[in-house]
Design a protein around this ligand. Structure first.
Ligand SMILES: Nc1ncnc2c1ncn2[C@@H]1O[C@H](COP(=O)(O)OP(=O)(O)O)[C@@H](O)[C@H]1O
Ligand SMILES: [Mg+2]
Length: 234
């Protein structure tokens, strides 16, 4: 079932997930005992106002921030308890897309997409895969451009191709449309959901723009570190 090009997405089983920032009067519970199940391959919009805990949830899921309590089972493995080597391995199985594209300005589009796998041996032809992905995000022929020569929407497409280069089990997108105009944002959003489906990737997209969430399989709404609504597909 597993191959480099057809990964199956991760199934998530989150229980009592808690993250607290600061202490005393400044104490903020950014994740307040979140429990959540996400089947493999589902696309989930995480909505809610600024400060509701969307980014914190994504950071905990990507293991770039540590939980204070709770468990996150990813295909049955608790990633809150991983040690250094396994943690690195896990982080590599996660793709990230951010609001600001974070492309390396001195590298071509192609090299930006290749950056996560450049120092590593892979079971697939990296260059071929990068060019394939650039095609699927509508940037065929732009591989030798520099990021500054592209529009914002195009740069976010490059960032999406980069996030998918190593066939992640989980794709986390944090306000991916936040720096884009409405139309371009909607296009990027559709692309994230569509490519997630094509690759079987589990996708979580944090957004404070409710409309952005429409194409997803499921929508969560967060408030004060909790999931306050969960609308599932019929
Ligand atoms: N590194 C941090 N230090 C202190 N407080 C933080 C930190 N990260 C997030 N917070 C706080 O946690 C809450 C949730 O933040 P965040 O997860 O970024 O929300 P959202 O992404 O929904 O805007 C906010 O009150 C925010 O100020
Ligand atoms: Mg945020």
């Amino acid at each position: 079932m597993h191959s480099a090009t057809a990964a199956s997405g991760a199934a998530l089983d989150i229980t009592g997930l808690t993250r607290v920032f600061g202490r005393g009067e400044a104490r903020i519970t950014a994740a307040d005992g979140i429990s959540l199940n996400v089947p493999a391959g589902q696309s989930v919009a995480v909505t809610g106002r600024s400060g509701s805990g969307k980014s914190t949830l994504l950071h905990l899921l990507g293991a770039i921030e540590q939980a204070d309590a709770g468990t996150i089972l990813v295909d049955g493995q608790d990633i809150t308890r991983l040690r250094a080597r396994k943690l690195t391995e896990y982080r590599r199985s996660v793709g990230f897309v951010f609001q600001r594209f974070h492309l390396l300005p001195a590298l071509t589009v192609l090299d930006n997409v290749l950056a996560p796998v450049l120092p590593r041996r892979t079971s697939y032809d990296k260059q071929e895969r990068a060019l394939d992905l650039l095609g699927s995000v509508g940037l065929a022929g732009r591989e030798h451009s520099l990021p500054a020569q592209l529009s914002g929407g195009q740069q976010q497409r490059v960032a999406l191709a980069r996030a998918l280069i190593d066939t992640p089990r989980l794709l986390l997108a944090d306000e991916p449309t936040g720096a884009l105009d409405t139309t371009t944002g909607a296009e990027v959003m559709d692309l994230i959901v569509r490519l997630g489906r094509e690759h079987g990737t589990t996708v979580l997209i944090a957004t404070h723009e409710e409309a952005v969430a429409e194409g997803c399989d499921r929508r969560l709404r967060m408030r004060d570190g909790r999931v306050v609504s969960d609308s599932r597909p019929e």
